[in-house]
Design a protein around this ligand. Structure first.
Ligand code: GTP
Ligand code: MG
Length: 309
């Protein structure tokens, strides 16, 4: 959905009176963040082919002639006992309880494993405020009929207008999902002013842009081993924000990979991050980017408390 059709439609058409807080949930890599970005027409949340990309509850706001939907993009729900994964699943579960509606995204290119069944049973008590999107239907590997069958088994009495086949990547049927979510919205004051499309702080946004640029260039386990910290940020002039940022890795041996041959990798991450910031902020963002080791940070509560909220 492009921006002319969504948020900026407020300029031509007033935003309707409905309001809903909507949690987007599903397995890692189901396409939750892609859905939010396509629906809002903005790069609100980072996307990558690696599962467990989203680590925070990220809000994205959409205004249409029907009203305002405030989406909470959550980390993928994952069967794992690892400290980081438990925290990520916890965030998704806390947000489900608070929301007026839940958008459950199922990846139709993957078999419906025990993990999918675990999510379906977690959502069963909320079936009256559930919309289910069967995603990636444009993919040649997709088997949406199996997903619809799975949904029929797990949620036998869910109304058909609340189960929709979509392609988040190719903007297919996104409008139908929004319409279905509005049917669960209430006549209540909007949660955000119309010019907002996200509530993320500048510092968090920049650190996520850098992490997105990094993880989409790193291979295998490395995307999971990375976090980004901003250690200094100063508005030098009204047109220039100076940022000192660190990409943290778990081990000394990973440092070299992030830096790359002749520092080529870190340079590219820096330049592409600056470009992305340029598109979002009304001022230039100059980033001094360095790499540091924070040994086994995924096991440290102190670090997890800081980066996962
Ligand atoms: N073919 C296809 N791929 C998609 C679609 N939607 C998302 N993807 C891809 O699926 C991968 C994961 O997408 P994300 O949006 O990061 O998934 P997520 O559910 O937010 O993942 P986590 O944050 O890790 O839980 C990326 O490579 C996307 O490009 C779709 O409609 N079709
Ligand atoms: Mg995500």
């Amino acid at each position: 959905m492009n921006n002319d059709e969504k948020n900026s439609s407020a300029e031509t058409q007033p935003t309707g009176s409905k309001t809903a807080l909507v949690s987007i949930v599903g397995r890692p890599s189901a396409g939750k963040s892609t859905f939010l970005n396509t629906a809002s027409g903005e790069k609100v949340s980072i996307v990558s082919p690696v599962p467990q990309t989203t680590r925070n509850a990220i809000r994205g706001i959409i205004n249409t002639s029907l009203g305002q939907l405030v989406f909470i993009d959550t980390p993928g729900l994952h069967l794992s006992e690892k400290k980081l994964n438990l925290r990520l699943s916890g965030i998704a579960q806390e947000n489900i309880k608070e929301s007026d509606a839940i958008l459950y995204i199922i990846d139709s290119t993957r078999p419906h494993s025990d993990e999918e069944k675990m999510i379906a049973s977690l959502l069963l008590p909320y079936k009256d405020r559930l919309v289910i999107a069967v995603n990636k239907i444009e993919d040649s590997k997709a088997k949406p009929e199996l997903s619809f069958q799975f949904i029929q088994e797990q949620f036998p009495d869910i109304p058909s207008e609340r189960v929709i086949g979509i392609s988040a990547k190719e903007d297919k049927n996104i409008d139908a999902v929004l319409k279905s979510l509005f049917s669960l919205a209430k006549d209540e004051p909007h949660l955000y002013p119309e010019e907002f499309y996200t509530d993320q702080e500048v510092e968090f946004r920049i650190s996520e842009i850098i992490r997105g640029q990094a993880i989409n260039r790193l291979e295998q386990e490395l995307p999971h081993a990375v976090y980004v910290g901003i250690s200094d940020m100063e508005m030098k002039t009204p047109k220039l924000l100076k940022v000192l940022a660190f990409i943290y890795v778990e081990r000394e041996s990973q440092k070299g990979i992030v830096i790359g041959k002749n520092a080529s990798m870190i340079k590219t991450i820096r330049i592409e991050s600056i470009k992305e910031c340029r598109k979002i902020f009304p001022y230039k963002v100059d980033i001094d980017l360095r790499v540091k080791v924070d040994k086994n940070w995924r096991q440290k509560d102190k670090v997890l408390d800081k980066i996962i909220k």
